[in-house]
Design a protein around this ligand. Structure first.
Ligand SMILES: NC(=O)c1ccc[n+]([C@@H]2O[C@H](COP(=O)([O-])OP(=O)(O)OC[C@H]3O[C@@H](n4cnc5c(N)ncnc54)[C@H](OP(=O)(O)O)[C@@H]3O)[C@@H](O)[C@H]2O)c1
Length: 257
């Protein structure tokens, strides 16, 4: 029997990355989980084992993605453990909020470093190995990539960059048999907004408001985004590349009238 596929998942310690790891654990993937929070990664590895993955088929690499050493550390750890890379899921990201007038260029640097530069660096490091397996890359963008919103300008810019990276890379990688796609979630219940500074009350109000800003009348769940990521990472989407798949409850097609 052919060895099971190997996925690297960034941002695996929380939210969408974590839900993706749990889903992939049920789909016979071997997994490298990455993030900064070691105890969360350790707990997640145990949860993956409970989902049916063998203990030797899940590992984790603790690193800040913006560190110079991060791409090599994650890729060589995966190769040492599993000998191949079939798919890279770039889920790690941060949200920053505030008007342009109030958000100095350090904020811009921080969000672009995490959401774009680190993603590009890791993807470049992993690609030669993904080419060998004719695998896939799935980037976690946002509906803020195609759609503009005020007071999250740097974040929107970072996700537009991820979208264009996805499409250009899809064209470059197609001759190698590698497919590159992205998901564009709407508001999804994770830690993202609280980490961006929302307190419990503000977050509750924000989720309540999401019932009107999303056509389907609610925010999304991380597990719903994970299913779209699995589709794009797997052979189920064998004729899809360069796609920005919206998992946004219709948010991106809503317009005031
Ligand atoms: N939630 C939403 O409404 C929403 C909507 C659209 C798109 N997205 C996108 O979905 C992706 C995942 O976000 P989420 O909602 O799951 O948020 P989350 O719960 O806050 O998780 C973010 C993940 O990114 C990791 N991360 C952040 N900075 C990092 C760094 N410098 N180095 C290594 N890891 C880092 C975190 O790791 P540690 O905790 O270990 O530091 C964590 O695992 C992001 O790209 C986000 O932009 C989210």
């Amino acid at each position: 029997m052919a060895a099971s596929r190997v996925a690297i998942i960034t941002g695996a310690s929380s939210g969408i990355g974590k839900a993706t790891a749990l889903l992939f654990a049920t789909k016979q993937f071997r997994l490298t989980l990455t993030g900064r929070n070691e105890s969360a990664l350790k707990d997640l590895a145990s949860e993956c084992i409970k989902k049916g993955i063998a203990a030797e088929n899940v590992t984790y690499a603790v690193t800040d993605l913006s560190a110079d050493t991060a791409p090599k550390k994650i890729v060589s750890h995966t190769l040492e453990k599993f000998g191949q890379i079939d798919t890279l899921i770039n889920s790690a990201g941060i949200l920053t909020t505030g008007s342009i007038l109030d958000s100095n260029i350090d904020v811009y640097d921080r969000v672009m470093d995490c959401n774009v530069r680190s993603l590009v660096r890791l993807t470049r490091e992993a690609l030669p190995h993904i080419i060998k397996t004719k695998g896939t890359v799935v980037n976690v963008s946002s509906i803020n990539g195609p759609c503009p919103f005020p007071n999250v300008t740097y974040y929107c810019m970072s996700k537009s960059a991820v979208d264009q990276f996805t499409k250009c890379l899809a064209l470059e990688m197609a001759p190698h048999g590698v497919r590159v796609n992205a998901v564009c979630p709407g508001v999804t219940v994770t830690e993202l907004h609280r980490r961006a500074g929302q307190d419990d009350e503000t977050y509750k109000t924000f989720l309540e408001r999401s019932k009107t800003t999303h056509a389907l009348g609610r925010p999304g769940e991380a597990s719903e985004v994970a299913k779209a990521i699995y589709f794009l990472a797997s052979e189920d989407s064998s004729f899809t590349t360069g796609d920005l798949l919206r998992v946004d409850g219709g948010r991106g097609i809503m317009h005031p009238r």
